[in-house]
Design a binder for this molecule. Sequence first.
Ligand code: ADP
Ligand code: MG
Length: 686
Amino acid sequence: MLAAEAIKAPPAILARLKKLGVLRGDDLVLHLPMRYEDETQVAPIAQAPAGVPAQVEARVIDVSVQFRPRRQLVVRVEDESGDLVLRFLNFYGSQTKQLERARDDGRKLRLFGEIRPGFLGAEMVHPRYRVVGDNEALPQALTPVYPTTAGLSQNVLRKLIAPALAQADLSELLDARWCHAQALPAFDEAVQLLHAPPPGVPEAALQQRTHPAWRRIKFDEILAQQLSLRRAYLARRQQGAVPLRAAGMLARRLLASLPFKLTGAQRRVIAEISADLTQPCPMQRLLQGDVGSGKTIVAALAACQAIEAGYQVAFMAPTEILAEQHYLKLRGWFAPLGIEVGWLTGSLKKAAKQAVQLQVAGSAQLIVGTHALIQEGVDFARLGLAIVDEQHRFGVAQRLELRKKGVKSADALPPHQLMMSATPIPRTLAMSYYADLDVSVLDELPPGRRPIRTKLVADSRRAEVIARVRGAISAGRQAYWVCPLIEESEKLQLQTALETHAALSAELSDLRIGLVHGRLKIDEKAAAMAAFAAGQCDVLVATTVIEVGVDVPNASLMVIEHAERFGLSQLHQLRGRVGRGAHDSVCVLLYQGPLSETARSRLKIIFENTDGFEIARQDLHLRGPGEFVGSRQSGVPLLRYADLESDADLVELARAMAEQLLREAPEGVRLHLTRWLGSREDLLKA
Ligand code: ADP
Ligand code: MG
């Protein structure tokens, strides 16, 4: 097939193309302009707009090589309206000669560049130029400008792309009538237009990528992503799994022991999970729910089903603090029901670890722990369900490891998987990046929650905040004090935590001030947390180690110092540590002024919103999706053309189309993936 043909070019050029991810003819076809330049018009020098690229035509009056402030070629040109100085800092002798000849012959230069005011009047630095004949026609169409890399000029790229366009297989892979109905042009039309826009194509629609040709390309790109992820999803479903059927006795007993009733959202989500578990293929479900939405009990009820069916459950959390909290909570729920709960983290002493490993290989029914759970030497006897809390905190490798874990168990089948995340991401983002998972959403908070009031307070009013802490404690509550985030250095972070603790201990000398930070030993951390949870300490000074999952209902005040340094989802997570009991809760965001424009709008988002999804949506708007999901990490290549926020409608369309193609047109799927991903698709299968 011509489409996939290798590119014919010297090795040095091929190496540079490779840097751009361009390996085949198809890749050249899909290497689309990042912008366009308008060379269809010539402006009089005096009227050329300043600060934006402009094209002028002028005669050469003077050519000289100057040596101050450094060696440079200075060319003076003029047209009927005015004159202009051109400066070239890098130039060849041949260039000087060419320009002198143009001066002597009275020929014109066609110049493209930005005009700026300079020492000697209007100037262009390093303009693109060409010597032109009298009345030489202007291009009729906009000139594409491609993304490129050092040593690969626009000209070379254009000369490679033109034949690739002529030779590649640009045939339509989608239903032409459907495309027409969606106002999407045919694939070949779209790429031809974007590489060489004919005269009259509205420039704004091209530059802003709203033109139907762009929409078609973006649609195809998202479709390729959807196809690839959905195919991986289907492949995993092909693997067998043990159906976990249970009459629900254990779940009913657990529910009966709880002091609360499930919310409607919890019941709905549990039904979704429960149905998955009874299937003979592995569940791959992501449970999304805002901080405090009650994911733990949902996971525990899923665990009931697996345990009652006679299988083991692994419950993994990203930090020791959180794993231990889960362990204590789950043991409190399950031990009275006669369920054997094990506990495994990296910090266990050797003998204790060996004992747990025996338990895991034998009678333990629920094992809670950190990623130590997936390390060598831990072999489950009959793992049926793996639960991963705060899944985005784990690397892909760790999640895959856990998925493989069950394969080692007696039946050689992968376990069902439930992943949980309290970093709510907007729907289109979820549909795109989690297309290889089923997603359940807890969109309701348990009743009786007091809304958390958020206050933005300048650092200069710290004394008032101290008074507020004192007030909360004398009312019988407790407080968190989150010290400033120092991302660059763990050592400095530790120092800051110690200093904050010392300062607060002095300011609030009659109160009991605790401290937890990342450098503490595991049992020290656990002891500090336990003391706070037991009410033996009034104020807990903490780093972001308390960010996830920590649950102390009596804590009703949180102060975050230098809030402007934290990420929005981090602030939201931190704030979620309060408002967990029946008391009015307050989160004070202390900031150090003056704030930059972005810092101000970020703090405004967190101040005005309590809904994690809404915060995430606005954060996405502010930052773009790349930073959001850490797309590299998620194993999905960044979309080059589509924008998940502005092209949300295309995500929906592509999702539906992917399902249909996978069902009805396997050959079309193959061709589409080859066109878009080529060899890169292997990367996705990992
Ligand atoms: P998250 O989704 O952030 O992990 P948790 O599972 O830690 O939330 O639940 C937060 C708190 O809410 C816990 O103390 C939990 O016991 C409680 N909770 C969970 N579900 C309900 C409910 N339906 N009604 C009342 N309280 C609930
Ligand atoms: Mg949680």
